[in-house]
Design a protein around this ligand. Sequence first.
Ligand code: HPA
Length: 301
Amino acid sequence: MRNIGKVTFQGLVIKGQVVLKRGKLMHAIYEKLMKCFEIVQAKVTFRPKVALILGSGLGGYAEDMEVEAAVDYKEIAGFPISTVQGHQGRFIFGYVKNVPAVVMQGRVHYYEGYSISDVVLPVRLMGLLGAETVFLTNASGAINRSYTAGDFMLLRDHILMGVPSPLIGPSVEELGTRFPDMSEVYNKNLRDIIASAARALDIKLHEGVYLQASGPNFETPAEVNAFGILGADVVGMSTACEAVAANHMGLKVCAISCISNSAAGISPTPLTHAEVQETADAAAPRFKALVTESIVRIGSA
Ligand code: HPA
C-alpha cells in the first residue's frame, strides 16, 4: 500500500489535515466545511430561510435589507476569497422584507484558481446554516439572438463546460448521495413563483439554458456558436457548479441571469469586463426589484 499519510491519535493525517477520524470517515472537504460552519455559527445565531448569492450589478442589494449581522469572509479561516474587482467579501444576515435570508456579497469563481470544492464551499455552508432555498444570480452573455443586453433569464437548466463537477472526489455522504439525480436542478415550483413575480412587476423574463464555461477569457465566436448548437441560450462563468452542489445536499435551487452583453461573435464589438459591469449596474434596480419580489413570494409559499 502507498504511504499516504500518518496515523495519529486523531486519525489519519495527510499534510497536517485529519482526513480520516478515528472511528468515523471524515473527508478533508467536509472537515474544512465543518470548520467554517463552526466559526460562523459561533458568531451568528440567525437562521436564514433563503440563501442569496449576488452576481454582478447586485453588489448593493443588502443596502435595502434589515441587517441583523455581517461576517467578513476574512474572519472565516479557510474560506475562499474573491480576487475579482468589484466583488465584496462578506455574508449579510437579515430580512428581505420579512423573509430571513443570508446574502453572499461576492463569490469566488473557478477561474480564480480555487479547487471546485472550494468554489462551492460557501453555498454548502449556507445550506448548513439552515437555508432551504438557494437563489443564485449572475451576469451572462446572450447566445440566443432574441435576447438583448439588459434582459433577464430564469434558468431552466444548465450545461457545465470545461468545469468539473463539484462532487468529484471521495463521496461526502454527510452532504448527499454519490450519484445524485440532476433532472430538475432548478426547482419548477420556484421557477413558477419567480415567473409570477416578474409578471406582477411587468419585467420581461426569458426562461432558458445557462452554460457555465471556465473563463476567465470570454469565449471565441466558434465556442459561442458551438454552445448554441448544444442548446445553450446564455453563457457565463459561475452558478451551475453551485447549483449542482446545492441540489446534491437537497436544497431547492433557483437562478436568474442578467444578460449584460451579446456573446462573442454576436456582439459587433470586442467584449470587456467594464461593459458587463456597466450593463449589469444599469439593470440593477429592476434586477433588485425582481429578486426581492421573488423572495417575498418564496417566503410565503
Ligand atoms: N461570457 C461569459 N461570461 C459572461 C459573459 C460572456 O459573454 N457576459 C457576462 N459574463
